[in-house]
Structure formats: structure tokens, C-alpha cells
Ligand binder design. Sequence first.
Ligand code: KPL
Length: 297
Amino acid sequence: MTDIHIVGAGAIGLSFAHALSQRHNVSVITRTLPTDKWLISEHLGTKVINAKPVVLAHTQSLSIANCFICVKAYQLPQAIADVLPYLSDHANLFISHNGMCDLSEVLDQLKPNQALFFISTARGALKLDDNHVKITGSGDTYLGACNTQAHSIIKHIFGIYFSGILSQSFIHEDMTLLRWQKLLVNIAINPLSALHQVPNGQLRQPKFSATILALLNEACTVANKAGIKVTLSQALDNAYQVMSRTSANFSSMAQDVKHGRKTEIEAICGYVVAQGQLLNVSTPYNAQMLQALINKH
Ligand code: KPL
């Protein structure tokens, strides 16, 4: 049993907190103390999540050995800056977010024995209210190593925190490919589900297929020009598989739009548009999604 700190009491943060609390001591770092206990609803019913809330500003001395940061792409730099001073010299830092973020600044700030991992998850999780999360789908979760230290311990880490804890979890050997594969799934699902306010499964309707194809075609062309070996047919297969396995879930972007929150569109379609400009690939469909969702902020 080890100590784990989780940053982000959103749907994914709380679903990880619950899974990890079966074997480890879990604390969730929050800005203010929650008013109620955190709850999770799964097919077996509703349970209290066995995790302790921690407010960093209230703690005198804290050494964090394992930290899972599950926040929005645009919150990542601040979340990392907040926990960095508390990380132990051999800390394992796990980040999980949608879209692409530049990790070079994070990597520059880590000490030689601090490991950085990326978690790509397609778990369907829905926040019912501030303290209550519902598991709505069973997508795969992948762990990838972002620095040398992480590479050297990934199998050991996977055994402690993933195997037998997070169902359908795997190690992925190619970090860059892993992040692109996740990006492609989010490009196919998030913007359309947000604009039409439909659960993921409804995107399988034929009326959406031409747009999904065009969005992924642009993104795969950009990826291929950048030297990333993805194929359009694989990207479509992955996206439709996630739609099926999380069919009842409202994507994180659909939920953000519904609640009037900022979305991650800049890190998703915005990334493809920006890379397309650099690589001379035209990306009108992604640009249109970017514009439509920026207007919702
Ligand atoms: O990552 C997701 C999200 O909602 O942001 C998927 C995998 C699409 C699950 O809904």
C-alpha cells in the first residue's frame, strides 16, 4: 500500500481515486474542502470513495511520492506548478488530459529521479454533481513513459498502480503515438457531441459520418506529415469503438458546454489547425469546429 495524491476532483480524477483506493492510501488535492463525501456509482451501486481531501495551503509539510494530475489541458501548467515543490526526489508524476500540451517545460523542471508518465484513458465517467461521479463506460487505459526515469520503471509502476486495479489497462511503448491516438479519438467525438449535446453512442448515426471522416482525414494527414504513423482506417476504428464502449457517456466537452465551462477545443482541433499551418496542410473542418466551440466559451 502506498500513498497517492490526485489533483483534480473531476470525473476521471474521482474514478481513478476510487479504483486506486482499493489497494492504496488516496488523497485528493482540492482548492477548498468539499462539503460532502465523494460518491461513485457503478453497475454494483453507489459507494463512498475512500479518499481524503487535502488542501495544499492548509498543509505544513507534505512530501508527495505519487501524484496523478487529472485536469483539463489548459489547467495542466498551473496544476504542475502547484505540486512541484511538494514532490519527493523519486516521485512518480502521472498526467492525464485530453488534447496536446507541450510537456518540455514540465520535463525541464523535473529532477533526474522523478518520473513522468502519460495516461490515456477512454473510460466513460460522468460528474452527476460536485461530489458524485458515475461510471458510464469501459474504455481502455494506456500508460506511457515520458522521460528516461519513467522508461526504466514503467513495468514495475504498471504492476503497482494499474494491473488488477484499472480494468482494461495496458502499457503503450510509443508515447508520441499514444498521444496522437488519444487526440484522434477526441477529435472525432468531443466537438460534435458538444455541439449537438448528444451522448457518444449517438455519433454513430450516419448523419455525422461525413464530418467525422473529414475531421479525422485532416488530422491524420497532419500527423503523417509530422512523421507519426497513424492511418485513417485505424483512427476511424478506434473512434467508433470508443463511441460504442462509452455510448451512454456525455463527453467531457459536451459536459463543459452544457455547464458553460471553457472547453479543451484549443488543445484538440486547435492543435491540428496550428500543426497544419506549420506543415502546410489545410484543415478547414477542424478550423470550423475550433471556431464553433470557441464561440461557446
Ligand atoms: O476522453 C473522452 C472525453 O469525454 O473527453 C472520451 C474518451 C471521448 C469519453 O467520453
